[in-house]
Write a protein that binds this ligand. Sequence first.
Ligand code: WQD
Length: 378
Amino acid sequence: MANRSLAKDHADTCVLVTGGAGFIGSHTVVELLARGYRVVVVDDLSNSSETALERVRTIAGLAPDDNRLVFYEDSILDRDALSRVFDAHDIDAIIHFAGFKAVGESVQKPLEYYWNNVAGTLVLCDVARAHNVKNIVFSSSATVYGEPEFCPITENCPKHDATNPYGWTKSMLEQVLSDLYVGDNEWNVVLLRYFNPIGAHESGLIGEDPKGIPNNLLPYVAQVAVGKLARVGVFGDDYPTPDGTGVRDYIHVVDLARGHVAALDWMGGKVGTGEARGLGSIAGEPAEDGTRRGVGIFNLGTGTGSSVLDVIHAFERACGHKIPYEIKPRRAGDIAENYASCDKARDELGWVAEYDLDRMCADSWRWQSANPDGYATA
Ligand code: WQD
């Protein structure tokens, strides 16, 4: 059964964004609306707030009843609810963010993670296929590389066993989505491997709002800076890195969001050379309707590694005061360093990250200082 063409104007293209009320999802919806796409969001609000979407409307200049953005509070596990959404909207493509994403929690709750992330994606793809929608951009993660065999990491760097159920769900879903194309060449799949997304929209209206005590470095640093937490625990300073602390490739969430828009244009045959490079990328030239078929795999990072102390000092420059920290033992499962090679995304998607660590921290500080309790106080 044929697939929808993406070779048409953005204003005629409807994108379903699962998890679109979340941190990366909401920033991606802003970028899609700015480029004229029509957007439908499905989000169960288990780790997000509808306030984020109200603020997305403000940023986009949309009235509350403007149907260029439509929201459904539903789970991707709810087949009937998803069918109603596909029946009501002429969806052309899916950007799939919805999923649980806390590494530590996934170790404690493996069934919930496999059920929600893997089974949820299977239901989503089954309903999409029934509606002739076979264009999907998937939120994957650099975690699939495990302890990388080399840095900077290219897309054909070997994948390693995950060290937690969250990471396994990403690896497994990359395989599931790749196999969809092998079984039916009408599928058009893009796997985006995120490095470490941080920052916030420059307006300070939307940003990262983790539940409870943050697991990730940047939101923890931001909460120390705003006085909600006492000090940052630096998990180890004896790694084989320049200052001994862990090195990661932090990417501004707006750069990341723009990478998703570039992926849609690539799917529609609008950018890139189309030549397939790297393991797993088997996307050829666009078909006669202008839409590519196949599997594209792209790292989305900056290509620059920053240490924990680099992040703390950059955030001090952003907030204008010292941020207390103490050295603590290494965190189980952490790797010393990883950072991306993004040449493939540059060459094929025409995408390059623009913002540096100082801009990431300045935008994060503006969000955090204006919303010390995230969306809770909205
Ligand atoms: C970054 C660095 C820590 C917290 C994880 C997931 C990945 C993605 C991003 C979802 C490391 C150090 C951290 C703290 C610290 N998530 N750190 N004190 O572990 O690289 O990646 O989040 O898609 O899939 O694996 O991110 O922010 O937790 O850690 O010293 O309080 O900061 O040791 O070196 P990580 P992180």
